[in-house]
Design a protein. Sequence first.
Length: 626
Amino acid sequence: MQSLAISPSRIRLQRLTFALVLVLLSGMVVFYVVVSFQHIRNSENDKLAIQASVVAANIELHITSINHVLEEILALVNFADPGQQRDHMQSLVNAMPIIRAISILDSDGRQTMGTREANNGRDFNDRPYFRNARADPRPLTLHISTPYRSTSGDITLSLSKAVSDRDGRFAGVVVVTLEADYVRGLMESTLYAPDMWAELTHIDSRESIRVQSAIPSKLLTGSGSSTGSSTVQAANESLLQSGHHHTARQLMATRSITSYTPLTKLPLLIVTGRDYHEAMADWRRFAYLQVGLLVLFIITTTAGLLFLQQRYIRYAIRQAIDRRLIRAQEQDYRIIVERTATCIVRLDVDGDCSYVNPAFSSLFGIPFHQAVGRSFVSLMDEDDMESTQQSVRAVLQEPSEQHFRAKCLTPTGPRHVEWALCSVVDNEGSVSGVIGIGHDISDHITLHEKLRTLAERDGLTGLFNRRHFMETAANEVARAQRSRQPLSLMMLDLDHFKKVNDTWGHQGGDVALQVCAYVMQEACREFDIPARVGGEEFAILLPDTANRHAVAAAERVRRLIAAQPVTLDDGHSFYMTASFGVATLQPGETIGVLMQRADKALYTAKQNGRNRVEAATETAESAVEP
């Protein structure tokens, strides 16, 4: 093709057009840099807010657990002797790493009992946890103090509940002191940048629990908690309004901690922050790169303008032809492959991805340019990698098809995908690649699991239903008979349940059943099998448990049920009791016979006054008094 001459007027027009393009391109780069600045800043704000939410959610979860601990101590404060109660509180401290100490204060604020006996007799009436409970001594109300400096010199928090005497008057406080190092550990786990810091604070307190990354930030030039605390408190009012805030030197986000009754209208705050300049460092490098590339582009394109003017027409014609050919070849491909919801992937002879369609990228969260060259097997769950590797190797060795199901790793979690791998053969008959087609069947599997759960669980209490319990119990009985291991069955029935329904309505009865189920689950061992086998009748199968241990376990469950209040949505509460029958498996006995003997013992417990445990034996029944 002969070269086409370009007139001077066309040259001037091209140069003018080129200048306009550069102006537009510069404007786009500036716009993109500004948009990326806003995006990165908002992203950092969101990440800080998420980290603050994670810490707040963890602390709220621990507050809920500690609330149960306080309720348990309150339930036993008037019934257990001091030694037993002190041992029980120490066991709770040993079991929960977030708890440093548990104390009981009298109405004057003096410690009468606690896991730290050195503080017995000491006056704590000036502590916020005591003042909060004394100011609002409502039963079952949980109070949490503002950060304060403890007797050991570090900064911590305390949760408290008022103790009432038999006449309902304020008689003291039960206090749980948090382990500050554990709280710091929770906050430290969220520090994802060297310049990041986190703080548990309150506007009404000068003290706060603060952590920061091991590498000091440029922002945090001071030491100790007071420097960061004053900075955070100065911005707290704005943070409470907006949820996140940035000043000229820092980015911060805050989340409030709920699940308690504050003494003021201002809650405790989890504040996370990081140095503003450090957070935007990546954007600055990006902006410099974009501007530098723009300048380089302007210089190089201007230098090549004369050459492009000479080749422009030929190049434009050739490109137009190429584009038409490419569009013609890709039209069917796009319709069939890119618009389907099925995952399609092409593998090379090494088993690496050479092409993925949009559905594949959407499922795995991997853009096309990142997916190309990535091992197909690496996208699978660790348990399915070996079987997937065998299938890929099989279709690469000789022309064939492989069908398998594998669990794939995606941004939304593991997904179950059915794959069909087909060999691609070249003109010489050799395998040149693999085409894979995948269908996401996770929703089908999830639905199947939900239906299975509905078939096995009681809808109200979440325990096993009678049918599933009988199947499981029959297998356990057979195992115990073969191995000659002990096995016991505990049957229990709520006392006067009809009266509960008549007094509190069916909603009250449902709550009572749920509370009973909760107590059973908490009291059971990991391998025990609790179930709801009737209206208000429950059963617990106790593998590897002899008769005397089963009776002791039943007595423990009976006491826990009697001590657990049933609280309704309207605030009313009541207590309930249950009668128990315990039977131990005899040689040659079936689950049906075992349940009959346990039911008979339960009937005896009902006849003998309820709220008691009766044990069935081969020859006679013995009673265990409450």
